[in-house]
Each structure stands twice: as structure tokens, then as C-alpha cells.
Design a protein around this ligand. Structure first.
Ligand SMILES: NC(=O)c1ccc[n+]([C@@H]2O[C@H](COP(=O)([O-])OP(=O)(O)OC[C@H]3O[C@@H](n4cnc5c(N)ncnc54)[C@H](OP(=O)(O)O)[C@@H]3O)[C@@H](O)[C@H]2O)c1
Length: 300
């Protein structure tokens, strides 16, 4: 049987690297031992591209790439993810996240490829006061969120949107790495306790993206690790689990951050993984389990 050909954009990014490892038949770094079901050799053929090999903002390049690669599915992870920089570079944000996605969708249509677009909890304003289901109305409060919503709107009804949040993995910069870099100091640390969400680990998210690519389920999916928390509680847990002193970590309200972050964040962007649950698809584990696995992979 012909392998399922999957094109991954943003393959050198935090998520893309774990995803490429998984699609290549290797357990992602930081995976919970014994949990990841690997695909047999020959089932999937993965092609990874990033800005050095395929700039998604260049329409001609994208169409040519699709013509050459002819993927069955594209998992579109590439994005301009610098949330705060997006506030001062809105054109860049929309160019990559919205126009870039338009190009990917056009390329996919030209070859009949199924698109899976990785999106974000930042499409919501965070003022609903309960977890968001996939059918709730987005209302982004930042340029990044608006540009990612712009990308969502480029998709066709049969395509797939995977919204995730607070992404951490072995590769790239994230909160787990930040806390590890602060672990050995003795100064007090301040993290906000009025922004709530679900940390999500790339080792587990990759598995769900692969499975959705194989099943080609259409529509919007919220895919996060389970268990809402706030940044203060999350950082305390990381500090504790990596052997640091969690009592150094103190809560602070967002309004007292000095300097304030340029991009507003949604105060409560917990994503209910309702579509997975209602379709009887397996949910990701609680974030604390994945955190322990990632810390072990990072040798912390
Ligand atoms: N990180 C999070 O907390 C989070 C939360 C929710 C959703 N997401 C979404 O999850 C996806 C993966 O995030 P991530 O954390 O893996 O981000 P990442 O590490 O920043 O990876 C994104 C990749 O896209 C590349 N890229 C940027 N501009 C491009 C262009 N014009 N053409 C082709 N590639 C380009 C980046 O290259 P450079 O590094 O060279 O710019 C990078 O390798 C993104 O769609 C993001 O919006 C992330």
C-alpha cells in the first residue's frame, strides 16, 4: 500500500521537530514512557519544510512545492509566534499567519490535500468564565490572535483546525525551559495567577496530530493536555518537580506586571476538548504527567 504522504510546515519549530520525529517512527523526546503508539514503517512518509526551504508567504514557492511533493495531508505548524512582537509588527503577523495559510490552503486544493491547521486559544478573549468549546465564538484580543483567526478563516469546511495552548516541548523556548534556567537562583520570582489555561506538551500533541492526519476528521478540535491551571501554579509545579525551591515563586496580578506585556492575554482560555470527547477520541493526559516526562528528557 502507498504510504500516507504528510507535509509538515514549520518542521524546525518546537512542535514541528517532535512531530517529524514521530512521523519518522521515533518516540518524541519527552513522551510519557510506554504511552506513544508508533506507526509501522512504510505507513507514513513525512516531508518537513521550514522557512529556509519553503517560505509560506511566497505564493509561487508554495504552489510549486505542493506540485512537487503532492502530499495527502499537510500539517501546517508554521507561524509567526512572537506574540508580543506581533503587536508592533501586525503586517508581518498577518502575512505569515493569515496570507501564509491562504497560500498553503491554495496549494493543498491544487493537489486535493487535506489541511490540518494548528491554531491557538488566543483566538478567544478569555472572558467567558467557563472552558471554551469548539463552537464558541472567537474574539481575539491581540494581533497574534487576530492573525491566527485570519488563518483559520482561510480553511475549507472539510479541513481540520487544531487549537492548542501553552505549548511546551523538548525543542524551542517555553515556560518549562524558562523555569529550569531560573532554578538555581535564590531571588523571589513573580508569575501571574489570574491567567488560566491548559499547558500542552508537544510529545502528546504530535500524536494527536498524526492520528487526525490518518483519520482526516474534519472540523475544529481543541487539543490540550487535561487540567486547567494558572501560570503561577504551573511554575511552582515545574520548580518543585525539577528540584528547585517552589517557595521562591510568588503570585502577581497581570495588572502589576512591570513592564506590562505588549500583547494582552486572555484571562481564562481553558479549551474544553469537547470534539475529541464527543467523538470518543482519546484525550491527552493531565499536564502534570507530561511535565514529569519532559523534565526527565531534559535531564532536570
Ligand atoms: N507556542 C505556543 O505556546 C502555542 C500555543 C498555541 C498555538 N501554537 C501554534 O502552534 C504552532 C507551532 O508552534 P511552535 O511553538 O512550534 O512555534 P515555533 O517554534 O515558533 O515554530 C514555528 C515555525 O514556523 C517557522 N516560520 C515562521 N515564518 C515562516 C514562514 N514565513 N515560512 C515558513 N516557516 C515559517 C518558524 O521559523 P523561525 O523560527 O525561523 O521564525 C518556526 O520554525 C503554531 O502554529 C502556533 O501558532 C503555539
Amino acid at each position: 500500500m502507498k504510504p500516507l504522504k504528510i507535509l509538515v510546515t514549520g518542521a524546525n519549530g518546537q512542535l514541528g521537530q517532535d512531530l517529524m520525529n514521530l512521523l519518522g517512527g521515533t518516540e518524541p523526546k519527552g513522551a510519557i514512557k510506554g504511552r506513544t503508539k508508533l506507526t509501522q514503517n512504510g505507513i507514513i512518509e513525512a516531508v518537513g519544510v521550514d522557512i529556509d526551504t519553503l517560505d509560506i508567504t511566497k505564493r509561487d514557492q508554495v504552489l510549486e512545492a505542493f506540485d512537487q511533493i503532492r502530499p495527502d495531508v499537510v500539517i501546517h505548524c508554521a507561524a509567526y509566534t512572537a506574540t508580543d512582537k506581533c503587536e508592533t509588527e501586525p503586517d508581518m503577523a498577518f502575512k505569515v499567519n493569515a496570507v501564509g495559510t491562504r497560500n498553503i490552503v491554495e496549494g493543498a486544493r491544487s493537489q486535493g490535500s487535506h489541511v490540518i491547521y494548528v491554531s491557538t486559544d488566543y483566538v478567544f478573549d478569555g472572558n467567558l468564565g467557563r472552558p471554551y468549546v469548539e463552537w464558541d465564538i472567537p474574539n481575539p484580543v491581540s494581533v497574534y490572535g487576530r492573525s491566527k483567526l485570519g488563518g483559520e478563516r482561510e480553511l475549507y469546511p472539510g479541513d481540520t483546525i487544531v487549537r492548542t495552548s501553552w505549548v511546551c516541548g523538548y525543542f524551542g523556548a517555553n515556560m518549562v525551559k524558562t523555569v529550569l534556567s531560573l532554578k538555581d537562583g535564590s531571588n523571589p520570582l513573580y508569575f501571574v495567577n489570574d491567567q488560566f489555561g491548559c499547558p500542552t506538551f508537544t510529545a502528546e500533541l504530535s500524536v494527536k496530530l498524526r492520528d487526525l492526519a490518518m483519520s482526516r476528521h474534519p472540523g475544529i478540535f481543541h487539543v490540550t493536555n487535561q487540567g486547567p491551571t494558572n501560570w503561577y501554579e504551573f511554575v511552582r509545579e515545574i520548580m518543585d518537580k525539577c528540584g528547585g525551591d517552589k517557595e521562591r515563586v510568588n503570585p502577581i496580578p497581570t495588572k502589576d506586571l512591570d513592564p506590562p506585556r505588549p500583547a494582552p492575554r486572555p484571562p481564562y482560555s481553558v479549551l474544553d476538548n469537547a470534539a475529541l470527547r464527543l467523538l470518543d477520541l482519546e484525550l491527552l493526559p493531565h499536564w502534570s504527567e507530561s511535565l514529569v516526562a519532559l523534565l526527565s528528557a531534559l535531564d532536570a
